[in-house]
Design a protein around this ligand. Sequence first.
Ligand SMILES: Nc1ncnc2c1ncn2[C@@H]1O[C@H](COP(=O)(O)OP(=O)(O)OP(=O)(O)O)[C@@H](O)[C@H]1O
Ligand SMILES: [Mg+2]
Length: 242
Amino acid sequence: MTFDLRSKCKSLRLAYIPDIYGKIPFDNPEQYVNDLFEEELKLRERAKITRLIKKAGFLDRKSLETFEWHEQQMRLPGQMTKERLYSLDFIEQRENVVLVGTPGTGKTHLATGLGRKACELGFEVGFYRVSHLVEELENVLRLNRLSAFRKRIQKLDLVILDEMGYLPFGKEGSELLFQLISECYEQKSLIITSNLEFSQWNRIFTDSRLTAALVDRLIHHAHIISFHGESYRLSHALSKRR
Ligand SMILES: Nc1ncnc2c1ncn2[C@@H]1O[C@H](COP(=O)(O)OP(=O)(O)OP(=O)(O)O)[C@@H](O)[C@H]1O
Ligand SMILES: [Mg+2]
C-alpha cells in the first residue's frame, strides 16, 4: 500500500479504512471523507455487537425473530406487552423479568432472544445455566478468585440465569448464588427462567429464610411472565412421527 496508510490508520486506531477506502464512491472530498468515516463507524459497531454476543455465552443462536409470540399460552403482568418487553426498557430501569412455566414452552428461547437483542443495543450481557454458575462460583471460591469473578458480573447490564430450580444446590452453592443475586439487586437487570413457581423455591435452596429473602429481592422490580400449554419439543416430535 502506498504512503504506508495501514500503519498510520493503526496509530489512529482506524481498523477498517485501509481495506475499504478504495471501495467508497468519490464525488467530492467532503462526501468521500464523510462516507469513509461512516463506513468505519458502521463496521466498528458491527464488530462490537459480535464481541458482545460472543462474550455473553449464549448456548445457541435463537433470536426474537424466530420466537413465535403466542399470547394465549403466556400470562403477562398488567402494563407489559410484547412491544414493551422487546424494547428492553426493563434493562434501562434495572428491572427483572422472570419467565416461569412448564418444560418446552419457549422460556430459554425468549430469554436468549432478549439477551441477543440487548447485545445488539450495546448492553453487556452474561448468559448462565444456573447449575454451571453455581459450580463456577464454588470453583472460584476455592481458587481465591471470587472477587474477580464478582467484578466481572458487576460490569454486566443484564444477567440471564437459565434453569433456576432444575437442580438443587448445597448450602455453599445456595449462599454464593444468593450473594450474587443480592449484589445485582437494583444495580442491574436479571432474566430468570424456571419451571418452579416461587412458592416452590424452597426446594432449590436449602435454607427457607434465604429463599424468602432471595424471592423478595427478585420480585421487587420484576415482570413475571408465566408460560403454559404444550411443549414445543413434544409437539415437534409428534408431528415428525405423523
Ligand atoms: N414460541 C416459540 N417460538 C419458536 N420456537 C419455540 C417457541 N417455544 C419453544 N420453541 C422451541 O422449542 C424448543 C424448546 O424451547 P425452550 O428450550 O425455550 O423451552 P423451555 O421453556 O426453556 O423449556 P425447559 O423448561 O425444559 O428448559 C426450542 O428449540 C425452542 O426454540
Ligand atoms: Mg429452558
